[in-house]
Structures are given as structure tokens and as C-alpha cells.
Design a protein. Structure first.
Length: 270
């Protein structure tokens, strides 16, 4: 077995265990929901409990690896070439409202590049996985991106960062622009799931700004292994620290990038 396969299997073990935790708290949060800072940026007891389980599995198997986890921050030796980026509950707002589009997302970056990814939605029992060179799967069956090549026939997805009330770079204009040009744009509320859905062809493309590495790391490798493309908005090489991603089925990449570069902020929301 290759190292990547081992990393993938351990990440899967962690995601499945964390998914069980999320299922356990489903519909039982009552008032165990708090705002982290910005309005709408929620954290719940489920986020924290899920992260504990993921950390426990990964640290037991890979004590020397570094970790970047949403609720705990940086852990371990940050000089190590292996970095686990963990979102224990991506889609917290959905989860808190019992809207079942959320996931555990675990990605492994090696020397800065996503190489292994697992995204698990326990409510729908959907497990998306990939490792570099090993392909991408949904519930252990191969997946691939859609064939859609016309923007007018596409279904896209995006999201709005928690700082949206503080900046004119809030994605509202982009949302309107693509709503006009496509069959629709969804705002589903989980970046990890959005990437997984592009990977399996349910969406044709996704863009978003204001993201963190733990939102994207797993989804990027899953999408790439499913035949998709990931870059910056202007189609230049993707940089995870920019927080800005354009992820598509490949065929639509250039046209979405060109449109994104033309959008100007809506004056009524600046
Ligand atoms: C959020 C979700 C959402 C995206 C936000 C993220 P969280 O993560 O991925 O879709 O629009 O920017 O912060 O807070 O639910 O882990
Ligand atoms: Ca997230
Ligand atoms: Ca989260």
C-alpha cells in the first residue's frame, strides 16, 4: 500500500467517526450555538466534539505531522511537510438550522499542495475521497466532473464569506451576474460540499472568496482527481492562502474566469 493510500484510509476513519458525532448532535443543539465573532459565524458543541475525534485519530497515527484545524488552530510541528487541514463541520449554519447540507472535511497538504481529501456528509451517507494519482470516488465508486461546456446550460454554486457586510468585495454582484447567464446559481452553505458536488457533476462550477485552507484542501484534490480544474479567479495558479478559488469541470473554466474578471461591485451594497 502506498503512503497516500494509508493517509486516505486513516483520514476516512477520522471522517466517519466525526460524522457519527455530528449525527449524534443532529437536532439536539438547543441553545448550544454561539457566534464566534462576526454575525452569522456560528460554532456549536458539535463542531468542537467532531474536531476532538478527528484530532484524536490523526495524532494517534501521525504524531509528527502538523495540523491546521478550524476550532483549535495550528498544532504540532508546523515545519513538517505534511499538514492536515481540518474542518470538523463545514456548513455550521445549515447544521444549526437542520438543513442537511454539511460535512466533515479533512485534507492533507504535502509541501503546500493538497494530496489527500475526504469529505463526509453523514446525513446523506455520502463519502467523497481522493488521493493524488488514485482517482476520486463517491461511496467508493469513481466520479467525474460534468461535460457541460456552455455557460447557458450550467448550474453553478458559490458562497458569501462572513465579512460580507464589511466589504464591497462581497460577491453579490458576481452572484447576480452568473444568475443572469446560467441555468442557476446555488448558495448551498458548505464550501467542501460545493467542491465535492462539482467533482461528481451535480454542479458545473464553483467560485468563492474569503475561504480558509480547511474549507478547500480536501475538495480541491477530490475535484482535481475527478478531472476538474482549480485556479485563481483570473485563471492564474491557485494559492490556498488567497482564500479565493475558481473550481470547475474544466470545460467552463475559461468562460467563467473571463466573466468573473468583468464583474464590478453593486453600488447599492458597497
Ligand atoms: C463556511 C461554509 C460556507 C462558506 C463560508 C465558510 P463553516 O464554513 O463553507 O459555505 O460560504 O465562507 O466559512 O463556517 O460552516 O465551517
Ligand atoms: Ca468551513
Ligand atoms: Ca466549520
Amino acid at each position: 500500500m502506498t503512503n497516500l493510500q494509508i493517509f486516505l484510509d486513516i483520514a476516512t476513519e477520522a471522517a466517519l467517526a466525526a460524522g457519527e458525532v455530528l449525527q449524534g448532535y443532529w437536532g439536539k443543539l438547543e441553545d448550544a450555538i454561539a457566534e464566534k465573532g462576526r454575525p452569522g459565524d456560528l460554532v456549536t458543541v458539535a463542531d468542537k466534539a467532531s474536531e476532538v475525534v478527528v484530532l484524536d485519530v490523526l495524532r494517534r497515527h501521525f504524531p509528527e505531522h502538523s495540523i491546521l484545524a478550524e476550532e483549535s488552530g495550528k498544532l504540532g510541528n508546523q515545519e513538517n511537510q505534511y499538514l492536515w487541514a481540518i474542518d470538523p463541520l463545514d456548513g455550521t449554519t445549515n447544521y444549526a438550522h437542520q438543513y442537511p447540507y454539511f460535512a466533515v472535511s479533512i485534507g492533507l497538504l504535502i509541501n503546500g499542495a493538497p494530496q489527500v481529501g475526504v469529505i463526509y456528509n453523514p446525513f446523506h451517507n455520502e463519502l467523497f475521497r481522493a488521493a493524488a494519482g488514485l482517482g476520486a470516488t463517491r461511496n467508493r465508486r469513481p466520479i467525474k466532473v460534468s461535460d457541460t461546456s456552455e455557460l447557458g446550460k450550467s448550474l453553478l454554486v458559490t458562497g458569501f464569506a462572513y465579512d460580507r457586510r464589511e466589504t464591497s468585495d462581497n460577491n453579490y454582484a458576481e452572484f447576480c451576474h452568473f444568475t443572469h447567464l446560467t441555468q442557476g446559481v446555488r448558495r448551498s452553505g458548505s464550501a467542501a460540499m460545493d467542491l465535492a458536488y462539482v467533482a461528481c457533476g451535480r454542479f458545473d462550477g464553483y467560485w468563492e472568496r474569503g475561504l480558509s485552507p480547511w474549507d478547500m484542501a480536501a475538495g480541491i484534490i477530490i475535484l482535481q482527481e475527478a478531472g476538474g480544474k482549480v485556479t485563481a479567479y483570473d485563471a492564474s495558479p491557485f494559492k490556498i492562502e488567497s482564500g479565493r478559488i475558481l473550481a470547475t469541470n474544466g470545460r467552463l473554466h475559461e468562460s467563467i474566469s473571463q466573466e468573473l474578471m468583468q464583474v464590478r461591485p453593486l453600488s447599492s451594497w458597497t
